[in-house]
Design a protein around this ligand. Structure first.
Ligand code: PLP
Length: 406
């Protein structure tokens, strides 16, 4: 059945609650409002050109960089490079480091649960340039063991890339400790962390944790899609990996997505206003949902750690004896929008590599459902979610061909 047919069949549910902010989501009206003038009222010029619409565009780009730099405790706005997505920022971090490496060979270490926008460019250097790429394992909660990491660092290790928060299971890595492990053995190894899922969820201080490169993405904090950023620390030499007409950005040529950057600026402002209060609200909602699932529904596995070691917005559970695809469709009909680590829901052929890396079996990964909670969610949303989820899983298990519910 085509997507058009599916949409035609989809009635209007009584209530709609969106939980798929991992993949992307709706943009709050105040953020959309902040973007609109930059389409045709002001700042619609090219930020590199010297006329008023160009200067206005430059101003919002510059102000956003300053703001982002401040929230990361970076030295200055020049350390923030805008790209058009978190994927591009991760590619710039990995390929940019590799292309700047004059020896042309070396070792790259990544964790087994990185986002594919880290794993794939690393693998590209292996296939095409002969780099050695090591994917280090994680434990059953998704943590990298510092001793295992240490064993792979030597004089040839040019780059380590370990994410700050896992996008699927919410594991918060002890990045400061991992950077120290690496730098104590080889101070020249560049440490990149993909913080796309950490930014705006946990405090980040680039000086304190001593990372060299750090990725963020606008739509992960309710900003518009199409803006990513890479923090580039003072000691890092990167080579541009795309080529074209220079903009204000030497490392990422091409005109900046100025309206989206204006939206990103608003998203950053809103995220970091009352940060602690918002995070504490989100964490309470997370715990209410997680507790409700465990109490209401039998045969559930929690994926990832619990408590403070888990991102405040992340709930990921595997419902045994059901298919994630069936759950996402059933919930969609009930106005609840979630995603699954099942291969079928994401148009990817393999089940989530993250869930497999923490030791979940294929069928457990197929039954996983991911919820991301934002400051806009309410207690009523969580209660509705629990009610619908309990009914949906119960109904699907009644008709399930899988043991023991057949
Ligand atoms: C951890 C992580 N890294 C990178 C990305 C890619 O960011 P973008 O969607 O902006 O390309 C995502 C997106 O979901 C992510 O969760």
């Amino acid at each position: 059945m085509s997507v058009k047919d599916l949409l035609k069949l989809h009635g209007k549910p009584i209530r709609e609650v969106y939980f798929d902010h991992e993949n992307s989501g709706w943009v709050p009206p105040e953020i959309v409002e902040a973007m609109l003038p930059y389409f045709n009222i002001k700042g619609y010029g090219h930020p590199s050109i010297t006329h008023k619409p160009g200067w206005e565009a430059y101003e919002v780009v510059y102000e956003t960089k300053e703001l982002v730099a401040k929230t990361l405790n970076a030295e200055n706005y020049e350390q923030i490079v805008f790209t058009h997505s978190g994927t591009e920022a991760n590619n710039l971090a990995i390929l940019g480091t590799v292309f700047a490496n004059k020896h042309g060979k070396g070792k790259i270490v990544v964790s087994a649960i990185e986002h594919l926008s880290v794993i794939f460019p690393a693998e590209w250097t292996r296939k095409n340039l002969g780099f050695k790429v090591v994917r280090i394992p994680v434990d059953e909660e998704g943590f990298v063991d510092p001793d295992i990491l240490a064993a792979y660092i030597d004089k040839d290790t040019i780059l380590v890339s370990i994410q700050m928060v896992n996008h699927e299971i919410g594991t918060i890595q002890p990045i400061k400790e991992l950077v120290k492990v690496v730098k104590d053995i080889n101070p020249n190894t560049i440490f990149h962390t993909d913080a796309a899922d950490a930014y705006g969820k946990i405090p980040i201080d680039v000086k304190e944790i001593n990372v060299d490169l750090l990725t963020i993405s606008s739509h992960k904090i309710l900003g518009p899609k199409g803006v990513g950023a890479l923090y580039v620390g003072p000691k890092v030499k990167l080579e541009s990996i795309i080529h074209g007409q220079l903009s204000t950005e030497k490392l990422w040529p091409g005109v900046e997505n100025v309206p989206a950057i204006a939206g990103f600026k608003k998203a950053v402002e809103l995220t970091f206003t009352s940060f602690e209060k918002n995070i504490s609200k989100i964490r309470k909602l997370r715990d209410k949902l997680l507790k409700g699932i465990i109490n209401n529904i039998p045969d559930v596995l929690v994926n990832g750690p619990l408590g403070d070691k888990r991102s405040p917005d992340n709930v990921n559970t595997s419902f045994l004896y059901v298919e994630g695809e069936a759950v996402t469709v059933e919930l969609s009909l009930r106005g609840m929008y979630v995603s699954s680590g099942s291969a079928c829901t994401s148009r990817i052929l393999e089940p989530s590599h993250v869930l497999l890396a923490i030791g979940r079996k294929h069928e457990e990964a197929h039954g996983s459902i991911l919820f991301k909670i934002t400051r806009y969610h309410t207690d009523e949303d969580i209660e509705y979610a629990l009610e619908q989820l309990t009914e949906a899983i119960g109904r699907l298990r009644e008709i399930s061909a899988l043991k023991p519910y057949k």
